[in-house]
Design a protein around this ligand. Sequence first.
Ligand SMILES: *Cc1c(COP(=O)(O)O)cnc(C)c1O
Length: 401
Amino acid sequence: MEQAQLVAIAEEYGTPVYVYDEARIIQQYKRLKKAFGKQAVKLHYAMKALSNINVLQTLNKQGAGLDAVSIEEVYLGIRAGFQPQEIMYTPNGVAFEEIEEAVGLGVMINIDNLSILERFGATFGAKVPVCIRINPHIMAGGHANISVGHIDSKFGISIHQLRHIQRIVAHYQLHIIGLHMHTGSDIVDADVFLQGADLLYEAATHFPELQFMDFGSGFKVAYKEGDYITPIEEIGQPIGESFAAFCEEYGRNLELWFEPGKFIVSESGVLLVSVNTVKQTTSTVFLGVNSGQNHLIRPMFYNAYHRIENVSNPFGVKKLYSVVGYICETDTFGYDRPIAEAKEGDVLGIYNAGAYGFSMSNQYNSRLRPAEVLIRNGKAHLIRKRETLEDIVRNEVLIES
Ligand SMILES: *Cc1c(COP(=O)(O)O)cnc(C)c1O
């Protein structure tokens, strides 16, 4: 996305605004799709990363399925045009009624709890094919909030409970057609990944009716220069080969599934904000912008790094700034960033904001959520209107006096 185009979008639609580049989304999808060599893969896009209907339709057209984590996401997927059988529903800690509702809709259920597996068996028996989410206890990445495979994690059924799973499956004659694992958000090399995969291959020998294996996600993208990324073109090949070897042993060709979110949409997105104040203090110069943790919480929640540029003055002299939000919290987007000299009114771009940006936004401080714009074939389209005060009070009920 050219800086001039971003400035024009900020002028036309106002700020703050999320801008996504559709071409980049498609490019990332295709990269991942062909990274596993001869081994075909099915990609279920993890829609919690960015769920605007236009983005869902873009990926639907590419042939993706969906990974949904709530019944609401399942409905949004169907509304966007996905067939229920293309949707994998991976609930965590939800009521059994919600799982029954999803079965009624015809989506694939991924069960992550023994007690739910047992209830599923008692209710549906062999009638409804189902997938089991295994926790292989592989530590992936460093940040506790985004490592979901370790021993304290609430996700998945422990690999050590395999015997108990088998008992339930045998008793209720459950039709287990898939095994799933999602180790967390950072796959840094093929080895860690294959360690987890080996555990799943081993577990698979106990389930003769499998049709697919789902290895979740964890594909890492670069947020700043020098960041370690998942070298997908390098590690895809060995993963594909290890899977083919497993199928050989298993005696049948299974489908290989993944559920990328961040990898597909992160780099496509930029959050455009305006500089409200340039504030010199005794220790730094703050750029106060018309956004905050209410619109992009990753820097504050995960200590995530997002590159920031002055798109209004891209070639200006660089100065060190601390970029902060307008929320009554310490909502810092970045400390000590070299940014081209900024004045009040300039538009800053906060990059890699396509994943977990808008989808994690909220109305704290009674602030409006931003608009969203999609660039398709070079042209900008508004794909979500900016909220109004009416959206904030919509569901409030005033007690009659
Ligand atoms: C969040 C999530 C993903 C996607 O993770 P990314 O890091 O965005 O790729 C995939 N599968 C499940 C079950 C998830 O909860």
